[in-house]
Write a protein of this length. Structure first.
Length: 256
């Protein structure tokens, strides 16, 4: 797909599917990593007395883990740059499992951006770790809803939404204004996906990745990693940090 065709389809429909762009070896690593991360996140929730039975994990990248490496090797950055018409950063990166008889917030009709604005501020991407089909809860996408603030009835949404029926390794990109929802999984098999979401550098991300990954990691990172993880769009916290030559500033050029 050309970048021009991509932008036209995103503008018209609000979504694009890239079939089978992730190889099987990477998929297996991502599946195993998600299984571990779901356990780790559940342990933290239990420790902090948060009741949540959802099979999910948030903020997956850690130095040198499979999700950290995946973000650096993400195969479609040229399309994301075209979407934003410039630089972007990681807003959040989580994942989850759709399993039988489990209702999660993802099954509700929703947008992942809380304020409806007619701009390309965020982009959802969904990496399919298993085949998506109608039986295991293929995601619903309401075509064109990125242009309409009103949320329709559940009946209208279910009757008119596109179902993401695609093979494992496919990547779905959609405008963050687009209404979507996980489908019901009626099988005994889990249906997994991870969801890197990107935003413009000047918008506050959902998670402080430079602080989480470590400021001392910066000298070891590539220019791409510094950009994606937000090291180039940090906020100064002291006057000493503020008054720095351009190459040492927290908020660097080209970030909007």
């Amino acid at each position: 797909m050309t970048l021009n065709d991509f932008n036209k389809k995103i503008d018209k429909d609000g979504w694009v599917v890239f079939p089978e762009v992730i190889d099987q070896s990477t998929l297996e690593k991502l599946r195993n990593g998600l299984d571990i991360a779901c356990i780790e996140c559940q342990e933290i929730m239990v420790k902090n007395k948060i009741t949540n039975s959802e099979e999910m994990a948030h903020h997956l990248p850690q130095p040198s883990n499979v999700f950290f490496d995946f973000i650096l090797e993400y195969p479609l950055y040229e399309y994301i740059r075209a979407y934003f018409d410039g630089n972007f950063i990681l807003h959040t990166f989580g994942g989850g499992k759709n399993v039988k008889s489990t209702a999660t917030h993802a099954h509700n009709i929703h947008r992942d951006i809380r304020t409806f604005l007619p701009h390309r501020l965020m982009l959802n991407t969904m990496v399919l770790l298993d085949d998506f089909n109608l039986e295991n809860g293929a995601t619903h996408l309401l075509t064109g809803s990125h242009k309409v603030e009103e949320v329709p009835s559940t009946e209208f949404f279910l009757n008119n939404s596109y179902r993401v029926v695609a093979k494992a390794g496919s990547i779905v990109m959609f405008h963050s204004n687009l209404l979507h929802a996980a489908g019901e999984n009626t099988t005994t098999q889990q249906r997994r996906a991870v969801n890197p979401i990107f935003t413009v550098p000047w918008k506050k991300p959902l998670f402080d990745y430079p602080r989480y990954l470590g400021y001392d990691l910066a000298p070891e990172l590539s220019d791409l990693a510094l950009q994606i993880f937000g090291y180039k769009s940090r906020l100064a916290t002291t006057r000493e940090e503020w008054y720095q030559p351009a190459e040492k500033r927290m908020y660097q050029g080209g970030q909007g």
